[in-house]
Write a protein that binds this ligand. Structure first.
Ligand code: BGC
Length: 910
């Protein structure tokens, strides 16, 4: 990254931000034809790439000499700059590829080459793996964690190493060390997959860290998802203890090579980590530390030989997604104060407020007496007496213990656990002292950098946007989880589906959802049904996750395609989509999904809606939701088939959509455009999924608005209807009502929790209310992102940045701001895969100023609001401005086709 930045500063017109499979210089790829990306960099109006040339070489030397010995694409006349498939020589295991690209602009002028980038292939053949799975004889039980195994291996190097790569994985989680130094900065590797189907591995370049003489590779294994607690189940869901697999490929300067593998010559011991569990927390006894255990010259005679486990043949795959990392550190908003509420078991201590409901753990710097144990309990909120509230964590302990080794200050952070919390109570049975700045919140998240920002003139809405982003940060940890704090933390499909569009604005989630789609495919039933959670875990629900949950299996990849033009993701899982939609067809009755005679799971309804929907009867009927989503999934499949050039399937599933639509209309819509079930969600689905006949849309929208008005501008939607509500209202000409809902401060509303001091999105509209206090402890998370799906409306409608589905990934951008709701300004930016898009509007009485940024190599249609048809840009009539390709007056707007560049439009509005 650093070297790219440096070079691009020197040569501004060279392509920048080179990526392979969405990542910068990935160390381990197993796609034989990895996809390459770059950004066309020149600023200014009408910048367009007309051709490119990629060189891929086996060495930097060749690349610098412009010798593409692996691939020289030649000059390709094309404006494509993303998802370009490598089409060079067949690549082999471990092969390193250096590459660069140059481009031609609209005037046919070639740029200089970009700075070099690289990728490396992983181990492509099963036979490349020579290592044995190893571990310890120590094993925990269904309710008892075992001490974490430490593993070490000494090896001697007597010649110069030219290249060293470590390929490593675990069933469980690992932290690796070389000569006392931590390898990599990833957390919870190799992540969570359906371990019966695949396990991910990583690769590290260790060349510069090896030394002549003795070297030591070390690893600590954690239980993780593999044998720790998953959900509220007993531990050991996948296996009884963690296992480790690694091989170090060494190439020497003299041309010889050697592979060092895990086997029973490794030695193992337990150490200070007495227990580590994602849900329960970690227990660490510093007195048991083994200084130097991962470095040479350590006396390991007391250690035993590692045991080898038979290889069950689980395929190993290079991880296609981002790893979890520490993405931020936060400090308490005030010095920790005495916990002045009754603590259990005579504990006494301090309560610390990090000011933000976050996910991760804390690092403490503390002093007490050697042998004294410090306890850290975590919670999201305080109760009315100011005491730490933990009832909503259910069986998740979320408690860490640290036993001091000395009377001096010591620093500790747990390794193999994470918690969802804002408050941490630090307590002991004896006195202790926290250093100044002795508590730091370590924020952990799948490394999906922020790409989006939204702000406007209303501070409460700005806080809402922050809460949405923090909700995403906390719940995009390896998989999209429902919540990060209680004993659940599962990849609930419905939650992910409602939020995916918002997620793709906020952060770069392409790799994250690519990886999760594999979990979804792995979890798909023989019958084609998708389960409610992926990776699958017992939820008490038979394989069919039901409407709006199972459908995530097709909605999420479609959304990722829209945002990143990822045809490969669609192609790879196409058969899985077909099997799913066929399952819906077969299991429906006269095309009604979840009809009364359906013996499978009829779904969660409009989960947590306040109109009686949800798992209890009433509200929006589950067959209505089911049939609406059946239609939607069939239509998406038709669109996917279309993208993939499968014309016959495209027609077939479009026809299926139309049949289901007719069944839906017959069953749920009266001739007057009223829904058989008079709920907001019923109207929202019928309108948003295009099921309502054209001539009845106005009447249906009016009925929806009437219901909202009847509730004094309140919504009554749950997980299913909420994400689309404001879109439907805006589209139907009721943007004012959408804004009323957005501004609403009494519950149910988005701003209610904000006014109560929330720093994340709550699971329920009424997680806490003045009259009722806390909701049911059985299900009351204060960090659930689902209702944060309003974020997409802020970006797409209020700021007005949207995708043209015909030209996905913002190749052609739709810019249509929505000045309204009393806002005087709003601004969104999106660092899209093609470059930075911004839309910033300001309303000064009647004067409207709108700044937009269209990235190079893209175009946009901009809808400029104007009362009198006049729009100025740079002091002249907008239709004459440079970069404006065409202009068309429509009622209330001037529609401009824009070439790339920055524009500042001014107009007069009502
Ligand atoms: C989860 C939800 C999930 C739901 C299914 C809950 O326990 O937290 O977010 O979608 O179950 O209805």
């Amino acid at each position: 990254m650093a070297r790219q930045k440096k070079a691009s500063q020197k040569v501004s017109s060279a392509p920048i931000d080179l990526r392979c499979e969405y990542r910068v210089d990935p160390p381990c790829i197993d796609a034989l034809h990895p996809r390459l990306f770059w950004k066309f960099s020149p600023n200014g109006r009408g910048q367009r790439q007309t051709a490119y040339q990629i060189l891929a070489a086996s060495s930097l030397k060749n690349l610098s000499a412009n010798k593409g010995d692996l691939w020289d694409s030649g000059k390709v006349e094309s404006d494509h700059s993303i998802q370009i498939e490598y089409a060079g020589k067949l690549l082999s295991s471990g092969q390193r590829v250096e590459w660069k690209v140059r481009v031609w602009d609209a005037a046919g002028k070639a740029s200089v080459y970009s700075a070099p980038a690289s990728w490396e292939m992983g181990l492509l053949q099963a036979a490349d793996w020579k290592a044995q799975w190893i571990g310890s004889t120590v094993v925990g039980g269904p309710r008892t964690a075992a001490p974490a195994p430490y593993l070490r291996k000494t090896f001697n190097l007597n010649k110069k190493v030219h290249r060293a790569r470590l390929y490593v994985t675990a069933l469980g989680i690992y932290e690796c060390y070389l000569n006392g130094q931590r390898i990599g900065d990833e957390v919870f590797r190799p992540g969570w997959t359906e371990y019966t189907r695949r396990v991910q591995y990583d690769a590290y370049d260790l060349t510069s860290q090896l030394q002549r003489g003795d070297n030591v590779l070390g690893a600590i294994l954690g239980d993780g998802w593999y044998c720790g607690q998953v959900q509220a189940l007993d531990r050991q869901f996948y296996g009884d203890r963690p296992r480790f697999l690694a091989q170090l490929h060494l190439e020497f300067a003299d041309g010889s090579s050697r592979v060092m593998v895990t086997d029973s010559t490794w030695k193992t011991s337990t150490g200070p980590i007495l227990a580590g569990d994602m849900m329960q927390g970690e227990s660490y006894d510093a007195r048991r530390e083994m200084p130097g255990w991962n470095a040479p010259n350590f006396d390991d005679r007391q250690w035993s030989r590692a045991i080898e486990f038979a290889d069950s043949g689980i395929p190993r795959v290079a991880c296609p997604g981002p790893a979890v990392r520490c993405v931020a550190q936060i400090v308490p908003i005030a010095p920790p104060k005495k916990a002045d509420y009754p603590l259990d078991w005579h504990y006494r201590g301090l309560l610390c407020d990090l000011g933000q409901n976050m996910v991760g753990r804390v690092r403490i710097h503390v002093r007490g007496k050697a042998g004294q144990t410090i306890r850290l309990r975590h919670g999201e909120v305080l109760d009315k007496d100011g005491a730490l509230y933990r009832a909503n964590l259910r069986s998740a302990g979320a408690i860490d213990f640290y036993t001091l080794k000395s009377d001096d200050f010591e620093t500790w952070e747990p390794r193999f656990t994470f918690h969802g919390f804002r408050y941490v109570e630090i307590a002991s049975h004896q006195d202790f002292e926290l250093a100044k700045d002795g508590v730091v919140g370590i924020v952990l998240q799948s490394d999906t950098p922020l790409t989006g920002a939204f702000e406007c003139s209303d501070p409460l809405i700005n806080q809402l946007q922050k809460n949405i982003q923090w909700g995403q940060r906390g719940n995009f940890l390896e998989i999209p989880t429902d919540c990060p704090q209680r004993d659940e933390r599962l990849g609930w499909m419905g939650d992910a589906q409602v939020f995916v569009r918002t997620a793709a604005f906020n952060m770069d989630v392409a790799g994250f959802f690519t990886k999760w789609q594999t979990d979804i495919a792995d979890a798909q039933g023989q019958d084609g049904a998708f389960p409610p959670v992926c990776p699958n875990a017992p939820t008490g629900i038979a394989n069919d996750g039901g409407p709006a949950w199972a459908d995530a299996g097709i909605i999420c990849p479609w959304t990722i395609h829209l945002c990143f033009a990822d045809r490969r993701l669609l192609a790879q899982h196409y058969q899985s989509f077909v099997r799913f939609v066929n399952f819906l067809q077969q299991s429906s009755h006269d095309l009604i999904r979840c009809a009364a005679d359906y013996s499978g799971f009829p779904g969660f309804g409009d989960w947590l809606a306040l109109d009686g929907s949800g798992i209890v009867q009433g509200g929006t009927p589950r067959d209505l939701i089911g049939t609406a989503f059946f239609a939607y999934s069939a239509r998406l499949l038709s669109r996917i088939a279309n993208v993939l050039g499968k014309d016959e399937d495209a027609r077939k599933y479009q026809a299926l959509f139309e049949q289901v639509r007719r069944a839906f209309v017959r069953r749920y819509i009266t001739p007057a455009g009223l829904m058989a079930a008079q709920t907001q969600t019923a109207y929202v689905l019928a309108l948003h999924f295009d099921l309502m006949p054209q001539e009845l849309r106005a009447a249906a929208a009016a009925a929806l608005v009437q219901d909202i008005k009847k509730r004094k501008n309140h919504l009554s939607t749950g997980f299913v209807g909420t994400p689309y509500l404001c879109h439907v209202l805006t589209q139907a000409g009721y943007a004012d009502v959408a804004f009323d809902l957005l501004h609403q401060k009494t519950w149910p509303s988005w701003l209610y929790s904000v006014t109560q001091g929330a720093t994340t999105i709550w699971e329920r509209w009424d997680g806490w209310t003045h009259d009722k206090g806390f909701q049911d402890v059985g299900m009351n998370s204060f960090n659930h992102y689902a209702y944060g799906a309003i974020g997409a409306w802020l970006y797409q409608c209020v700021a007005g940045i949207d995708i043209d589905p015909e030209k996905p990934a913002y190749e052609h951008i739709l810019l249509r701001p929505l000045p309204g709701g009393g806002l005087t300004h709003a601004k969104a930016s999106l660092n899209s895969i093609r470059g930075l898009i911004t839309s910033a509007w300001r309303k000064d009485k009647k004067r409207f100023t709108w700044t937009v940024q269209v990235p190079p190599n893209t175009t946009a249609t901009a809808y400029v609001p104007t009362q009198d048809g006049r729009v100025l840009e740079g002091g002249q009539s907008a239709d004459h401005a440079a970069g404006v390709l065409s202009a068309k007056a429509e009622p209330g707007v001037l529609v401009l086709e824009l070439a790339s560049g920055q524009y500042v439009f001014t107009s007069m509005v009502a």
